[in-house]
Ligand binder design. Structure first.
Ligand code: TYM
Length: 335
């Protein structure tokens, strides 16, 4: 993977994960692994990794569950290698500027514009308008606020978030146009910087065990911290419709963890032997997942540490977000 960060200039990286359940290898390869890579490259810049609990509130409406799932994402972040000395790990709800800015964006955004959102359209096909909350409808504005509050340059995400980053860019441009700063002191005259999505082509949409996009809502995931038994069960249920020789879905998942060249040889030598190929994938996944799962287990034993990380993250994120909100308030005339 080539470097994304220009080491001469400090950059700001921002991304978020919804605390809606256990992360899967689609989340990891599509986005979370890049969080760690960028953190290492962006030595002089700032990295923010946010547990977007207010986004999750659209789905998780139980206090106990919300508390658990949010803490779980903090543990997941630490287990994959996000280092609190290099990155800010924090909860969205700890920085009230996110929701405050989302409201301001709501006032400059039209209903037809938000109706273009893929997530909204999906929800429309599944349940119809009467089942769509205002929170789900406005989701992209809260996400724009997350990103824009920190003068973000790069947003590592999977392909399914591309449109949301475009919405954030549009919203930044629109705000800058409607509310130019009088003193011209900020970012070429506009309050907000335009972020870029960072989507890795090879893993932009990681397929699930049925070949569709891996997603909690399709029930086709392999958990990132799965036990050996869970890995076996998931791999054995990979759907093996294929062109006859290479089981495509097995190969696609295998290629996440083994170089293509090595894989081609293995799949060539075991043409048509689906069980053998699945067994090899099981072993490879077990070896890949085990160290991360064990690290996660260790971190989960020290919740004081995890809470301290979140506490420090809250302070750091608040300091930056509150300054940005001051600029916003001045620009709109409420300061
Ligand atoms: P979420 O929590 O659904 O997913 C977290 C990240 O995982 C990626 N992802 C995938 N990538 C490739 N293949 C897949 N099958 C796959 N499934 C999930 C997602 O693209 C995402 O990057 N709206 C966001 C959370 C969010 C956010 C933000 C992200 C809120 N505010 C600000 C970036 C910046 C979401 O629902 O991600």
């Amino acid at each position: 993977m080539k470097n994304v960060i220009d080491s001469e200039h400090s950059q700001t990286i921002f991304s978020g994960v919804k605390p809606t359940g256990r992360p899967h290898i689609g989340n990891y390869f599509g986005a979370m692994r890049q969080f760690v890579k960028l953190q290492e490259e962006n030595k002089n810049g700032e990295n923010y990794f946010c547990i977007v609990d207010y986004h999750a509130l659209n789905l998780i409406q139980n206090a106990e569950e919300m508390r658990h799932l949010s803490l779980d994402v903090a543990i997941d972040f630490l287990a994959i290698g996000i280092d609190p000395k290099k990155s800010v790990i924090f909860k969205q709800s700890d920085v009230s500027e996110h929701t405050e800015l989302a409201w301001i964006f709501d006032t400059i955004t039209t209903v037809p514009y938000l109706k273009r959102a893929h997530a909204y359209k999906d929800a429309m096909t599944k349940g119809g308008e009467e089942n769509i909350s205002v929170g789900l409808f406005n989701y992209p504005m809260l996400m724009a606020a997350d990103i824009l509050l920190y003068d973000t340059d790069i947003v590592p995400v999977g392909q399914d978030q591309k449109q949301h980053i475009e919405f954030a860019r549009d919203t930044a441009e629109k705000f800058n146009r409607i509310f130019p700063t009088q003193d011209g002191s900020t970012l070429g005259g506009g309050v907000f910087k335009l972020p870029e999505a960072y989507i890795m082509k090879d893993v932009e949409t990681v397929p699930g065990i049925d070949g569709q996009k891996m997603s909690k809502s399709y029930n086709n995931t392999i958990s990132l911290f799965a036990s050996d038994e869970e890995i076996e069960k998931s791999v054995l249920s990979i759907v093996t419709d294929s062109d006859g020789e290479v089981p495509q879905n097995v190969f696609a998942i295998h290629s996440l963890i083994k170089p293509e060249k090595e894989l081609k040889k293995i799949y060539e030598e075991n043409k048509g032997k689906y069980k053998v190929l699945k067994d090899i994938l099981i072993e490879d996944l077990k070896n890949f997942i085990r160290p991360m799962r064990e690290r996660r287990g260790e971190i989960a034993k020290d919740l004081d540490f995890v809470n301290k990380v979140l506490e420090e993250g809250k302070e750091k994120a608040r300091a930056v977000a509150s300054q940005k909100m001051e600029q916003v308030r001045r620009a709109i005339g409420v300061s």
